[in-house]
Design a protein around this ligand. Structure first.
Ligand code: SF4
Length: 295
């Protein structure tokens, strides 16, 4: 029964080494396996020809490499490609690939639905359903690379078309921290996706305690969904602001920058007509930019 098989997309490389160790396999075998999975996009153990037959048999009996089924796969005129993944029980999450001349960015989801309930966000209106597992987060990258390679999409003729990942799809990634961190570690690991910390971005609405934890556990680039330049407006647009108001958020950004791979934080700001786009808001944003180096 496939339900009893361990999905190897769930494991960071150190976890995979441990998992293979339990089968009596040496760490370098686990690294070979990781390369087959994440770099070659292989989901068939029999095709992993440099692994011993007995190991492959063991893998087939105990493990699988499985992404959620795809509900839809659409390419728009500008080349942007969107997938909707079925994560069960009527839940679906979206993954978006944005090709540019010098890079290919994948926007990855972390939760089915979202509890933060930002006023302008359709995901927020859906409410929160559940956290994605590490495998479900990683599978979006794994599957995108496989499908884009099949389609012949290559950035600079690289084998892996996705050069950048932004955790900016459905959900608040820092509220799914335990699944997020192993997924980020896989993105950075040279035996998996080998992306630099500058090319992996976590976008948060401002979950201050987990920003501090991320700075210690896996300090990738950070983007903050600001959307309002003062507490009164941000309390309304991003209700999490009531818990972690702007001054606390900006202080957390400054602490994060000490460990970040870039010397700035990316602030996201959706312009809402007549709501957050007045001259006084621009002035307040300038004041924020004086406090936190940002783009
Ligand atoms: S945190 Fe992100 S996904 Fe969640 S409601 Fe806000 S904008 Fe939407």
């Amino acid at each position: 029964m496939s339900a009893q098989l361990d999905n190897l997309l769930d494991y960071s490389v150190p976890e995979l080494i441990q998992w293979c160790g339990n089968l009596g396999e040496k760490p370098f075998r686990a690294k070979q396996l990781a390369k087959w999975i994440h770099q070659s996009g292989m989901d068939n153990f029999d095709s992993m020809t440099d692994l011993a037959k007995s190991f492959r048999q063991n893998l087939s009996n105990r493990a699988c490499i499985k992404a959620p089924n795809i509900i839809s796969d659409n390419v728009s005129k500008d080349g942007t490609r969107k997938w909707l993944f079925d994560v069960g029980n009527g839940d679906a999450v979206e993954t978006v690939f944005i090709p540019e001349e010098r890079r290919g960015t994948l926007c990855v989801s972390s939760q089915a639905g979202c509890a933060v309930n930002c006023r302008f966000c359709s995901t927020g209106k859906q409410g929160f359903s559940r956290n994605l597992s590490t495998a479900e987060i990683v599978a979006q990258l794994w599957k995108a690379n496989v499908l884009l390679r099949e389609a012949g999409d290559r950035v600079y003729a690289q084998e892996r078309p996705v050069t950048n990942v932004v955790m900016m799809g459905m959900g608040e990634p820092l509220l799914n921290y335990d699944a997020l961190v192993p997924a980020l570690q896989l993105m950075l690991d040279d035996t998996a996706y080998g992306l630099s910390r500058r090319r992996v971005t976590v976008s948060t609405s401002g979950v201050v305690p987990f920003m501090d934890r991320l700075s210690q556990d896996c300090p990738v680039a950070l983007a903050v969904s600001l959307h309002a330049p003062n507490d009164a407006l941000r309390d309304h647009l991003v209700p999490l602001n009531k818990k972690y108001p702007l001054r606390e958020l900006l202080d957390a950004c400054l602490r994060y920058l000490k460990f970040a791979p870039r010397d700035f934080i990316t602030f996201e700001y959706v312009m809402l007509d007549g709501v957050n786009d007045k001259p006084e808001h621009a002035q307040q944003l300038l004041e924020i930019a004086k406090i936190v180096p940002c783009k």
